[in-house]
Design a binder for this molecule. Structure first.
Ligand code: DHB
Ligand code: FE
Length: 283
């Protein structure tokens, strides 16, 4: 696509993702890391770098190019994008080893807290002329023993039909295709929205340039993000994908799981409906 002042750029989405990350300090609850742990983990990372240099006979010009690239990632604010695309899925995999209930997936860089609270049967905030096939996403939030969790929060956010997220693309209204849906007394929710498009990592920034230089592709399959919260239960952060969707088998962020694939069915009116239940683990 052509880049105009109003359309998203890597520098724009990178900088907004960095701002969102800085603003999330309290929610993240960063750990104070013990010196022994810093020593063990950082030594292992450096050993991996040193071994790679020896194995691949990395040259001085390549070393300098890497330094320039690392600086550019920082200057454009793309570290949250880069880390969430290439690293977060393994952090999630390790966390998941201790977890039961609905499978998690990466949060990614585009979550924004404090969205509009919506009733259990709702339409996500969208533009009057919002493009995209109508999609209804419904289901129930339950405890592992099957108890329905009324009053739970299904905090949902997703890209629009062009693959852009509100809050990270200047042409989109704030809060577009985002909302905190409160389940009814029976733990149920019915969310009307539009089908998101696959997401492309911005190609004009350093992450995009690296992807191109390595001959990889910059795509994630279309997905819905959800963070499901209920008092007394572990919050589930995950993503839901669409059966048959492009890039499902080659997600650049490696964040798909077979348990997280929706298969929406046309209800005869052109609206595609899909049901998915969330199972939360008691704390
Ligand atoms: C990135 C974007 C996403 O929409 C996502 O779900 C995960 C990662 C990214 O650009 O880093
Ligand atoms: Fe996403």
């Amino acid at each position: 696509m052509t880049t105009t002042q109003d359309s998203p750029t890597a520098a724009g989405s990178g900088a907004s993702a960095s701002d969102a990350f800085k603003a999330s300090k309290e929610r993240r609850g960063d750990a104070a890391v013990a010196p022994e742990r810093v020593d063990a983990v950082v030594s292992a990372i450096l050993k991996g770098v040193h071994d790679t240099i020896r194995e691949h006979q990395v040259s001085y010009p390549e070393f300098q190019a890497a330094k320039a690239w690392l600086m550019e990632v920082g200057e454009t604010g793309e570290w949250p994008l880069f880390m969430d695309v290439f690293v977060e899925h393994v952090i999630e995999e390790v966390a998941a080893e201790q977890q039961q209930g609905t499978k998690g997936s990466i949060e990614g860089p585009y979550y924004l807290p404090g969205q509009a609270k919506l009733g259990s049967a709702c339409t996500l905030p969208c533009r009057d002329d919002e493009k995209g096939d109508p999609l209804v996403f419904e289901g129930q939030v339950r405890a592992l023993d099957g108890t329905p969790l009324g009053g739970a929060e299904v905090d949902i956010w997703h890209a629009d039909a062009d693959g852009y997220y509100s809050g990270f693309a200047p042409h989109l209204p704030e809060g577009n295709l985002r909302g905190v849906v409160i389940t009814d007394g029976d733990g149920r929710f019915t969310i009307s929205t539009v089908q998101p498009a696959p997401y492309q990592i911005p190609t004009d920034g350093p992450t995009g340039k690296l992807i191109e230089a390595a001959g990889w592709h910059p795509w994630r399959p279309a997905h819905l993000h959800v963070m499901v919260r209920a008092e007394g239960y572990r919050t589930v952060t995950t993503q839901l994908y669409f059966a048959g969707g492009e890039w499902l088998d080659s997600d650049v962020a490696e964040a798909t799981k077979p348990e997280l694939i929706l298969d929406p069915v046309d209800d005869g009116t052109g609206t595609r409906r899909s049901s998915y239940d969330f199972n939360l683990e008691a704390l």
